[in-house]
Write a protein that binds this ligand. Sequence first.
Ligand code: DHK
Length: 139
Amino acid sequence: MKTFYVLNGPNLNRLGKREPDIYGNETLENVEQRISQLASENEATVIFRQSNHEGDLIDWIHEAEHASGIILNPGAFTHYSYAIRDAIASVPVSVVEVHISNVHKREPFRHTSVISPVTTGQIVGFGLKGYELALQSFL
Ligand code: DHK
């Protein structure tokens, strides 16, 4: 059975409460349910994690080195974490980067992703549906 990691970074535990005009009204638990359902329909399994701490995300990327894929929303770390960029480069697994909002329409600091050069692709601006699109891309 294929195993996929879905890793979420800082402040994404606040989905549903956090700036709903930008991030919507659904919670991360809703996303987890839908992703797990989609995985089980396709004989796959999903390990779903969230942390507000950079080191946790790095440890989980290393842990996922034998997984079939990583779906990663590093939150604001996207824009400046060379440590997360290097963690991705250190594992042979494909990583799809997800951003709920269209970061390119927002503040200039969000226009840069330091992880994009080491990811397979980026899904941006499709709301929480982006996580499902990322899993479908792997399936
Ligand atoms: C989530 C965040 O927490 C922000 O820091 C990013 C991203 C955008 C998102 O759209 O999912 O800038």
